[in-house]
Ligand binder design. Structure first.
Ligand SMILES: *Cc1c(COP(=O)(O)O)cnc(C)c1O
Length: 364
């Protein structure tokens, strides 16, 4: 028997979460963001659930090829654009739209001999200071692109630094609107947080670019839980109890004896550790579901195992199901965001870090 740990991808949840994004931005088209192997879920595994998207957005040319191999003929957008001149040939061959965020990418386009016109998203750095032309240089970049015979269509985009938090999007919105006011072309501005939190049509614009919300994690946890946004988990990580220990008061659990029992108790040892992608930094008290009942982690996470408290579930024992995040067999949900918070990080990082050695199935 294989080691009893399994990740399950839920196509119906992906479909539901996509619909939830459409509801928030009814007039916008949706780029389903599937970078980083669909946030760790696997591009091939999420494709069915997301195929009603209007396009797929990602970074990696190899991932773009995989989406084409799945039979997708619609738009694909490279969010970081091309990295070297020969990537442009692949853009033509695979019919990829690509972001242009710097002069070097315009130089590459100007130098390329292409028969099909390129469709580009010209990126403005409206305050994130990661990719894009500054507001002062944006219009001249647009004019330069517009003069190139290699370019067919120019769309306009920017990316928010604080759509999930207190600072908000007002300053970046104003900057983008001001610089682009009379430029033609479609606009794409909003990630998950912006699409869900700011539902006016100007923010939604022509294309929204949700990623994390498609996978059922809240873009602004802990202000909102995934359930508050009506999102369902697209990934469940579950494992089984492979040993049970009854311990006396004063006994400790795991490396470093971080947890000490203050009463007689029973614990389950679960076949999941940090080598599976479960964060080692999760402390005692991190929530888990044991047979769908909320319980907690005890002591340190080891490479291959973790201990959980069986006090709330006296019926649990060898072979019982433990849900590390996602949906238990009884329908109870443990949000990946809660586990991420206990680890001092975000759901994004946990789902992307699911380890290679964990078998993955596509469920319902
Ligand atoms: C990753 C990414 C997104 C999606 O962001 P989420 O917060 O996951 O919704 C959107 N736009 C760009 C440019 C990105 O890099």
């Amino acid at each position: 028997m294989p080691r009893p740990i399994l990740a399950t991808i839920h196509p119906a949840a992906l479909q539901h979460n996509l619909a939830r994004n459409r509801q928030a931005a009814p007039d916008a088209k949706v780029w389903a963001v599937v970078k980083a192997n669909a946030y760790g879920h696997g591009i091939e595994r999420v494709f069915e659930g997301l195929r009603s998207a209007d396009g797929f957005a990602l970074l990696d040319l190899d991932e773009a090829r995989r989406v084409r191999e799945l039979g997708w003929r619609g738009p694909i957008l490279l969010l970081e654009g091309v990295f070297e001149p020969r990537d442009l040939e692949l853009c033509s061959r695979l019919d990829l739209w690509h972001t242009v965020h710097c002069d070097e990418q315009i130089d590459m386009l100007a130098a390329c001999k292409t028969h099909v016109g390129h469709r580009v998203f010209l990126k403005m750095n409206s305050g994130m200071n990661r990719l894009g032309f500054s507001p002062a240089r944006y219009r001249s970049a647009w004019a330069r692109l517009n003069a190139l015979p290699q370019v067919d269509e120019i769309s306009l985009m920017t990316h928010f630094s604080d759509a999930d938090g207190g600072q908000g999007i007002a300053a970046q919105m104003a900057c983008f609107a001001d610089v682009t006011r009379d430029l033609p072309g479609e606009r794409s501005i909003s990630n998950s947080a912006a699409s869900l939190r700011y539902t006016d049509a100007v923010v939604a614009s022509d294309w929204i670019r949700p990623g994390i919300s498609l996978y059922g994690s809240s873009p602004d946890h802990p202000e909102h839980m995934a359930g508050d946004w009506g999102l369902l988990p697209a990934m469940t990580l579950a494992a089984k109890i492979i040993a049970v220990q009854d311990i006396a008061p004063g006994a400790s659990v795991g490396y470093g004896s971080r947890f000490v029992a203050d009463a007689p108790m029973r614990l389950g040892v679960v076949a999941c550790g940090y080598a599976d992608g479960y964060p080692r930094v999760c402390p005692t008290g991190t929530p888990v579901l044991v047979t769908g009942v909320r319980s907690r982690l005890l002591g340190r996470v080891s490479m291959d195992m973790v201990a959980v408290d069986l006090t709330p579930v006296p019926g649990a024992g060898m072979g019982s199901e433990v849900t590390l995040w996602g949906r238990a067999a009884n329908g109870m949900v443990l949000g990946i965001d809660e586990v991420a918070q206990a680890a001092g990080t975000l759901g994004y990082e946990l789902m992307c870090a699911l380890a290679q050695r964990v078998p993955v199935q596509v469920g319902d």
